[in-house]
Design a protein around this ligand. Structure first.
Ligand SMILES: Cc1ncc(COP(=O)(O)O)c(C=O)c1O
Length: 386
């Protein structure tokens, strides 16, 4: 197999803007200042300094006060996904509602924990509320109401869609009516390029059942393994009670808290600028090479573009040819709740150089063309219908 030179598969932020020097300085500062804290176990909530900085991050974005004592620092937001799901489960086979296409890490975790996934349709505004209502109604009649609704409502993975405020309010009303908590995964918050920033669920409604997850992987680096849960008591205590790892890495948290001591804005401005250029370049190349063949999302933030291909693309052939050409991507099946072989793929553009994007995308486009059984122009105009 050829070496993979063009990896459109992995959802990582941009390595070029990773702030090595500033983190070195922060590490020196915290080793001198917080050596004693490193000789202790951190405890369930985690590093107080990072919790304060992340509470300020949330509060500034959302315009509501956020209490640092309601934040639980986790080993990436993936631990937050897992911990919250474990704590809310009553028995194996409990149901949980997810979007029709969702983050594979979450789908695997929920399956592994023993949840039955129930999907709700997705459109350009995120989870469809009519279908959510219908689904909740049906599950209630079957006495199988979900333990929670999992929604990636901003820069959704894989589609990049954002749920508008009006729809968020509908989701809140439905969740309240059926007594079901919402877990909002806002992993891509602050990877923002243009347009309005829609409010987080917790900023729209102070119901203590709302649970919010966020990450530092996408604004800084996944190797830091830092993320958090934001929740109110008594929900918060449920999560802490299920935590058996004595807390998250104090050193990583302290370094990042020091790096972001004046807020996340300055670094986000630098990294988002470059990420936006890469998104724009990817969109432009898609238009140049696949205009008549595919349609794709135009995400106002996040790290992904969701591409719909004609049904006549032989997906196995496409995969084999792309790998042989040194290009990789994530196939639509990875995001499907049953891993169905759907005619989609996800392009991650954040960590590639612009040169790699410029060279890799035309190769992928050629593989898509040559994996088709016809040369007909596509028969669909948008990502989902027809
Ligand atoms: C929606 C979503 N949630 C959670 C995660 C996990 O991120 P991390 O554990 O690095 O914070 C990811 C990673 O891609 C994601 O896309």
């Amino acid at each position: 197999m050829a070496d993979i030179l063009y990896d459109f598969g992995t959802g990582r932020s941009d390595p070029e803007t990773f702030p090595v020097k500033a983190l070195q300085e922060a590490a020196t500062t915290v080793l001198e200042r917080e050596a004693d804290a490193l000789t202790h176990y951190p405890g369930g909530l985690g590093h107080a300094g990072l919790r304060r900085v992340m509470a300020a991050r949330e509060s500034e974005r959302e315009g509501v006060p956020v209490d640092a004592d309601n934040l639980v620092i986790c080993n990436g937001s993936m631990q937050a996904v897992t911990l919250t799901a474990q704590a809310l489960q009553e028995q194996k086979g409990d149901t949980v509602i997810v979007e029709a296409f969702s983050y594979p890490g979450t789908l695997s975790a929920y399956r592994g924990i023993g949840y039955e996934l129930v999907v709700v349709d997705l459109d350009e505004g995120g989870m469809c509320m009519n279908h959510l209502e219908e689904t909740l109604n049906r599950l209630q009649a079957e006495d199988r109401l979900p333990r929670f609704i999992y929604a990636i409502s901003t820069y959704q993975n894989p589609t990049g869609f954002v749920m508008p405020k009006a729809r968020r309010l509908e989701m809140i009303a439905l969740a309240r009516r059926y007594g079901v908590p919402i877990i909002e995964d806002n992993c891509y918050a602050d990877v923002h390029y243009e347009g309005p920033v829609e409010p987080a669920i917790y900023a729209l409604d102070d119901d203590p059942n709302h649970i919010y997850l966020c990450s530092l992987s996408k604004i800084l680096a996944p190797g830091m393994r830092l993320g958090y849960i934001l929740a109110k008591p008594p929900m918060l205590e449920k999560f802490l009670a299920r935590r058996f790892d004595a807390g998250s890495n104090t050193f990583a948290a302290a370094v990042v808290a020091e790096f972001y001591r004046n807020g996340i804005g300055a670094h986000a401005e630098v990294s988002n600028k470059l990420l936006k250029e890469k998104r724009d370049l990817t969109l432009e190349l898609l238009s140049t090479h696949l205009q008549d063949v595919c349609v794709w999302s135009h995400p106002p933030g996040g790290l992904f573009i969701w591409v719909r291909m004609p049904d006549d693309v032989d997906r196995k052939k496409l995969w084999d040819e792309s790998q042989a050409a040194g290009v990789t991507y994530l196939p639509g099946a990875a995001f499907h709740w049953q891993n169905q072989n759907v005619p989609y793929l996800r392009l991650a553009f954040g960590h590639l150089t612009k040169q790699q994007i410029s060279a890799g995308l035309p190769l992928l486009a050629r593989c898509i063309q040559s994996s088709r059984s016809s040369n007909e122009p596509r028969q669909f105009e948008d990502l989902f219908s027809g």
